[in-house]
Design a protein around this ligand. Sequence first.
Ligand code: PDD
Length: 283
Amino acid sequence: MLVLWNGQLLPRTEVQVDLEDRAYQFGDGVYEVIRVYGGQLFLLNPHLDRLVRSARAIRLDLPWSPSQLANQLRELVAANRLVDGAVYLQVSRGVAPRAHAFPRASQPVLVAYPLPASRPTEAQERGVRATFVEDIRWLRCDIKSLNLLANVLAKETAVERGAQEAILHRGETVTEGSASNVFIVQGRVLRTHPANHLILDGITRRFVLDLAAREGISTVEAPFTREDLLNADEAFFTSTTQEIVPIVEVDGHSIGVGVPGPITRKLLRAFHAAVQATIQQEV
Ligand code: PDD
């Protein structure tokens, strides 16, 4: 595997991660996960735009422009002959002796490498179980920061309960998943939490909202409660690696009739068609 490390492509064993990289001590950095279909980085520009926004939000100056990053990531994909998978990219504030305040002089450290990913076909066809977990994260969930401890704990709780995903809630309000956004269908309306400081504005979330509009499905970005979710006709989560996955049960309660519903399936078909079209367009 070749790794992109500060502009260079190196074999994994030659990447010298420093003990005092601030990503280790403080989780002081930001990241992205970008899906690759047919050797193409899917929705690359929105991902890079979000990386820039995340970096700015933590006052980290990126020394690379989005177009430089795009070129480097395309080289990474080509060098690894990656066809179907994903790319993980992180930027830390850099290497410096451990102290909380920003170091006077440090250079950001960028690492990017391929991750395996494939369409979760079975989960998409059958739907999955989810479980409610209290959202204990900080109040800047809009930043895609390396600090994922609360997300890790929530996902682990879900796994221990035999569920695929944790649905996070602050009080009664559902925010998002541990690594995904959550949607419900109420009648003919698709609803998801607004993109504010309480959730990550998922690239897939935005893509699905656009797809829904094109398919003539009404959408509303408004908070909803746990009860709304349990009483919804349909529910699903979205993420770069999972695309759209129907939620058919939450903590033992069936959602709708307990199988993936018609609007979710329509969106899944539209999503797959859009992926196909994008790949063909870009080639
Ligand atoms: N997770 N919300 C959270 C907390 C996430 O971590 C993610 C993505 C999403 C969905 O965002 P997007 O559609 O841009 O992937 C929402 C990535 C995939 C991860 O950490 O692996």
